[in-house]
Design a protein around this ligand. Structure first.
Ligand code: ATP
Ligand code: MG
Length: 593
């Protein structure tokens, strides 16, 4: 066996295997270079998902002819002037991207520093094709064509143009989010996909790149701890999605993918969202360079934190604080589009048919999923209307003392209709009650603990062995919640008492859900958040008021409790617990305005 030094072009191609996996990774390198060059405007054009062509123009510092040549050499970089790799503040630092791309594609670089002439250098799969003067405004234009055309082994692994385009879009979206001061455009096959102006506020930029409606449905996250700063934008729980693809994490301006984020976001929203719903979050961490290692992944999409627990804790607390500060705010206003739909609907013989229209109005404001609306609809459709109005003794509300108003009646044994000073309020009593139970449970946990009620007959719940192990390991904690259980053979637990505030008859579902929760979050969450999750799971099983007829006094008591209870604007699954139709909106419905 003889050992030899590999020739430069082979070294580059090997490096390309790590750095340039697909069009999106090449695009990422080029855009990051433009950002590092101080560009204020970056224009990207793609053809066929980037497979045929990627072109990036910037108005950054540009390169002189000699610098272009050097930039194409391996391990040549302007970004580590003093060898201090632990202190790197640019996106690039490895000096590998351009030579790697040049070794597996047709690459053309036009560049022009201010007050100098432009120059071009074109390389094809590692071989210099041409160089010479070029005409362009100050800045740089990089064109990559036919990526992997000569590397069949790689080309084979590329996906469809559609999939490659989706990956490119994701990369540009992330980089544009991290740099709101820079203007970005992205065109794909001649069609404009992204166009954002420079100098935007961060939350506006995030909304522009995800969904404009986020602008009215977000909270601002801001927290500082031990020299680490967390800032960003998180959606209200009522604004959620069926997939978790709109969760973004940035560390020192660098988009990173980190499993830590997924777990922490889950934990922070655990009691406010159903398990299959996902919030939108864009979180920006500013970490002292010595606290984070960015050199752990060839494409620089992962980082390693010196103290991951600190970071995870900050994300959970930062999100929770921001959401808590929202109090009982929820999505309450019917939007104008929905209202006009209501207005133009012909009057139908049964009042029931009008109701789905209100739901539509409401959904377009709240971004509820069709699924979550669907589970309420049968309540309306099935039985004949059960509206019941008792004369309410209380006078019309005055001032702002009762934001949720005075109860006027109950609809379908599920919805409380109340009159507030400024409009009509409809409350989902079941959802609201579930929320109140959770908050009561939290208060109890902060004080004496939750009181237990012994079962007349202890109940055996059969579960698989790991589930029993997990519950057994938490017996003490669960006892503080009023749930008393003990191990009962290898694959069962014996439940002796349940939390008094939940009522009876909840044993089996409750215990098996708790075991699931422990499986999902046990190791990922700090104790306090884990306890909170237990409380949420319990509250979910304790909503006794679904479908129950309430007296006016009970309804008013519920409204008053909601007003003083934090987070009562959404149920534990992220749906709103109440909506309000303002007087102005009602007048519009009747054409009075
Ligand atoms: N758009 C650009 N404008 C100005 N200079 C650029 C541009 N793109 C690249 N350069 C110069 O070329 C050098 C090499 O770029 P390359 O991307 O290969 O390496 P890097 O950015 O230094 O590190 P990394 O491999 O981590 O990206 C850069 O250090 C920079 O000086
Ligand atoms: Mg680079």
């Amino acid at each position: 066996m003889s050992i030899r030094r590999l020739p430069e072009h082979l070294v580059n191609r090997i490096a390309a295997g790590e750095v340039v996996e697909r069009p999106a990774s090449a695009l990422k390198e080029i855009v990051e270079n433009a950002l590092d060059a101080g560009a204020s405007r970056i224009s990207i054009r793609l053809a066929n998902g980037g497979l045929d062509r990627i072109e990036v123009s910037d108005d950054g510092c540009g390169m002189a002819p000699g610098e272009i040549a050097l930039a194409l050499e391996r391990h040549a970089t302007s970004k580590l002037p003093d060898d201090a790799i632990e202190n790197v503040s640019t996106l690039g630092f490895r000096g590998e991207a351009l030579p790697s791309i040049a070794s597996v594609a047709h690459l053309s670089i036009d560049s022009r520093p201010k007050n100098q002439d432009g120059w071009n250098r074109t390389i094809d799969n590692g071989v210099l094709l041409s160089e010479g003067p070029a005409a362009l405004p100050p800045g740089t234009r990089v064109t990559i064509e036919q990526l992997f055309a000569r590397v069949p082994a790689r080309r084979k692994f590329l996906r469809s143009a559609k999939a490659e385009y989706a990956a490119c879009l994701d990369i540009v979206r992330r980089l544009a989010m991290a740099h709101p001061s820079v203007a970005f455009t992205l065109e794909h096959d001649g069609r404009r996909a992204i166009g954002v102006q420079g100098g935007e506020a961060r939350e506006d930029r995030v909304a522009a790149l995800t969904d404009r409606a986020l602008a009215e449905n977000h909270v601002i996250v801001s927290l500082e701890r031990e020299g680490v700063r967390l800032s960003g934008v998180a959606s209200l729980p009522t604004y959620n999605r069926g997939v978790g693809d709109h969760q973004f994490l940035f560390v020192n301006g660098r988009p990173v993918r980190d499993r830590l984020l997924v777990g922490a976001v889950r934990g922070a929203y655990a009691d406010m969202l159903a398990r299959d719903r996902h919030p939108v979050v864009a979180l920006f961490l500013d970490v002292p360079p010595l606290e984070v290692d960015v050199n752990v992944h060839p494409a620089k999409t992962e980082v390693r934190f010196r103290d991951p627990a600190l970071i995870r804790g900050m994300i959970v607390s930062g999100l929770r604080r921001a959401l808590d500060a929202e109090g009982f705010r929820s999505v309450q206003q019917a939007d104008p589009a929905g209202l006009s739909a209501w207005k133009t609907e012909p009057i139908s013989p049964t009042p029931i048919s009008a109701l789905p229209i209100f739901e539509t109005a409401f959904a377009s404001t709240s971004h509820l999923s069709a699924a979550s609306l669907a589970d309420r609809r049968p309540t309306f459709a099935a039985p004949p209307p059960q509206a019941r109005a008792e004369p309410a003794a209380a006078p019309a509300p005055e001032g702002t003392s009762f934001p949720l108003g005075v109860a006027r009646g109950q609809v379908a044994r599920t919805y409380i209709v109340a009159e507030a000073e400024d409009g009509l309020v409809i409350v989902d009593q079941h959802a609201a009650h579930e929320r109140l139970t959770l908050e009561r449970m939290r208060r109890a946990m902060d004080g004496q603990g939750v009181s237990a009620q012994a079962l007349l007959l202890p109940e055996v719940v059969e579960l698989d062995e790991p589930a029993c192990d997990r519950l057994e390991a938490r017996i003490e904690e669960l006892r503080d919640f009023g749930l008393e259980l003990e191990r009962f053979g290898p694959a069962a637990v014996l439940v002796r008492a349940t939390p008094a505030m939940l009522g009876q008859g909840v044993v089996k579902g409750l215990v098996s859900d708790l075991a699931d929760d422990l499986a999902a979050y046990d190791s990922a969450l700090p104790l306090k958040e884990r306890l909170d999750l237990v409380a949420a799971t319990m509250a979910c099983h304790g909503s006794v008021r679904a479908g129950r007829v309430l007296s006016v006094a009970e309804m008013n008591a519920l409204l008053r409790e909601m007003e003083v209870t934090p987070r009562s604007g959404q149920c534990n699954h992220g749906r709103p617990t109440w909506v309000k139709l303002g007087h102005g909106d009602i007048e519009k419905l009747f054409g009075r305005k």
